[in-house]
Design a protein around this ligand. Structure first.
Ligand code: 3HC
Length: 282
């Protein structure tokens, strides 16, 4: 029975996950690396719930109750008593393995360790723990409170009962579930990343302006955001890490990050989160 959930990382995804889990009635312990990052992450949760109240998606009493269920910490050890952990740290295998290896020693033996990875191997992460059958992918989409999908990723060793438990848990969060095998990018990013990279190539080639590329896709295909706006929204750094991981695995040029993407990441133009990406943000 899941009552308390640990969330590791309170960035763009971790804060959204913590919010959605608390709004579904679970107690949440969310861990960030420093007090400053934690404060910023909790601030993001407050702002998102304020928006939800303004839009009539949440009443104030439910908001206050959800907020009271979220406890922030900078100590991973504070996750000792949780019934499920969802990690949402930076999209790098070494970091993921270090966090899961540490959690494996902190939380009780049967507890499921779920990763919000968007492209990295669940099987490889699981091998960094003594409970590979309890490690699973639980991939949310940005903005987490709004996007109704969760991808469950079954690693080579993931127990079927763990997949079933995550299916039930995601359902309680109000999400629709799809299940994918442990392959780079799973379903959504397998299709999304080549498309986003192609949009950058189209811009690099001077086929059209950034505005016209985005307008073409929003009005011509009915997408809520054009690809360059979506890149800024997801984060150019995150997209670069995902593309790089997929390219390393497939050795297929479709997944190779275009030079412009790498340059923008090196320049610190990470999109909305840094104030500048393909567009400028105030
Ligand atoms: N909590 C609950 N609901 C909220 C909310 C919150 N904090 N904030 C907004 N909403 C609701 C609004 O009430 C509205 O609902 P309604 O349609 O029933 O009225 C809906 O969400 C849309 O919100 P807004 O009207 O404020 O905003 P927009 O209409 O401009 O839409 C958007 C914003 C939802 C981000 C939309 O542009 C969109 O869907 N963009 C595409 C996002 C996308 O593709 N995400 C996936 C990225 S890939 C990913 O995450 C995977 C990773 O691995 C890379």
């Amino acid at each position: 029975m899941i009552r308390r959930v640990g969330v590791v990382g309170c960035g763009l995804m971790g804060s959204g996950i913590a919010e959605v889990v608390a709004r579904a009635g679970y107690d949440v312990v969310v861990r960030e690396l420093s007090a400053e990052l934690l404060e910023r992450g909790l601030g993001r949760i407050d702002a998102s719930m304020r928006r939800a109240v303004e839009r009539g998606k949440l009443d104030e009493a439910a908001r206050d109750a959800a907020r009271a269920r979220i406890r922030g910490t900078t100590a991973l050890e504070d996750l000792a008593g949780v019934d499920l952990v969802i990690e949402a740290v930076i999209e790098r295998m070494d970091e993921k393995k270090a966090v899961l290896g540490a959690l494996d020693r902190i939380v009780a033996p049967g507890v499921v360790l779920a990763s919000n990875t968007s492209s990295l191997s669940i099987t490889e992460m699981a091998a960094a723990t003594r409970r590979p059958d309890r490690v699973v992918g639980l991939h949310f989409f940005n903005p987490v409170p709004v996007m109704p999908l969760v991808e469950i990723v079954r690693g080579l060793a993931t127990a079927e009962e763990v997949v079933a438990a995550m299916r039930e848990f995601a359902g309680r969060l109000g999400k629709t579930v799809v299940v994918a095998r442990d392959t780079p990018g799973f379903i959504v990013n397998r299709l999304l990343i080549p498309y986003l990279l192609d949009a950058i190539r189209v811009l690099e080639l001077g086929v059209a302006s950034r505005e016209d590329i985005d307008t073409a896709i929003t009005l011509g295909l009915g997408h809520p955001m054009g690809p360059l706006t979506l890149l800024d929204f997801v984060g150019l750094d995150t997209t670069y890490y995902i593309a790089e991981a997929m390219f390393q695995e497939f050795k297929d040029s479709r997944y190779a990050p275009p030079p412009l993407l790498k340059q923008m990441v090196l320049a610190g133009w990470w999109g909305r989160k840094s104030g500048r990406g393909f567009y400028e943000y105030g």
